[in-house]
Design a protein around this ligand. Structure first.
Ligand code: SF4
Length: 213
């Protein structure tokens, strides 16, 4: 279900202050928590339950994004952003008011988004990537997306000059190792490959910690 409740709290899975694999340039990346679409074969089923997310105040998140002068924009993915459209709208309005660019991923098809908040979010997007992940159409030949039915829509001129370059780019990932030894991977790879890489890198990080202790 698309979100209908008015709230200034957003449930998130993760927030990455700077990434280079979720769209053009350096961007902040916001992964919302909760998805009612639940595609078969989804690569991030751990983002489905909203109640397992971290509640954050929209104003605080906006302050963090706007005070980061290293980034040119924000990418929102999930989970399903449109399930929390009313909480997201003021955040994304503030992001665009600051001159930052906006990319939103949604598992809904553009034509299915009819509620006022969802429509307003689409009006703010420079790029909208829409459509559910469909396992039977799995295709990693385009950057950022995993199935052939999904569309990358350039809704403003902001990245028009980069269109060919972006569409012909390769999938990329980033790996982060935190001080507590946790390994985080963002970006897109086939699920099995991603899980194998996560296991391998987590195992090596644990070995390193044991060697040092
Ligand atoms: S819309 Fe995205 S997060 Fe939701 S089930 Fe589909 S692939 Fe997973």
């Amino acid at each position: 279900m698309m979100g209908t409740e008015q709230t200034d709290t957003l449930y998130i899975h993760d927030f990455i202050p700077v990434t280079e694999v979720e769209g053009p340039g350096k961007r902040a990346s916001l992964l919302v928590q909760g998805c009612s679409i639940r595609c078969k074969g989804c690569m991030v089923p751990h983002t489905w339950k909203r109640e397992e997310g971290k509640p954050v105040h929209v104003g605080e998140l906006l302050r963090r994004i706007r005070s980061n002068h290293e980034i040119e924009g924000l990418t929102v993915l999930g989970g399903e952003p449109m399930d929390q459209a009313k909480a997201l709208l003021p955040l994304l309005t503030g992001v665009k008011d600051a001159g930052l660019s906006l990319i939103v991923f949604t598992g809904y098809e553009r034509e299915q988004i009819r509620d006022a908040a969802g429509e307003k979010i689409i009006a703010l997007c420079d790029i909208l990537i829409d459509g559910p992940y469909m396992q039977e159409y799995t295709d990693f030949s385009r950057p950022y997306i995993g199935s052939a039915n999904q569309q990358i829509r350039f809704l403003t001129d902001r990245y028009a000059s980069l269109k060919e370059q972006l569409l012909s780019g390769k999938q990329k990932i980033e790996v982060r190792l935190s001080t507590d030894g946790a390994v985080k991977i963002n970006g897109l790879l086939p699920k099995e490959l991603l899980e194998e890489l996560q296991r391998e890198l987590s195992g090596r990080a644990a070995e390193d910690r044991n060697d040092k202790s």
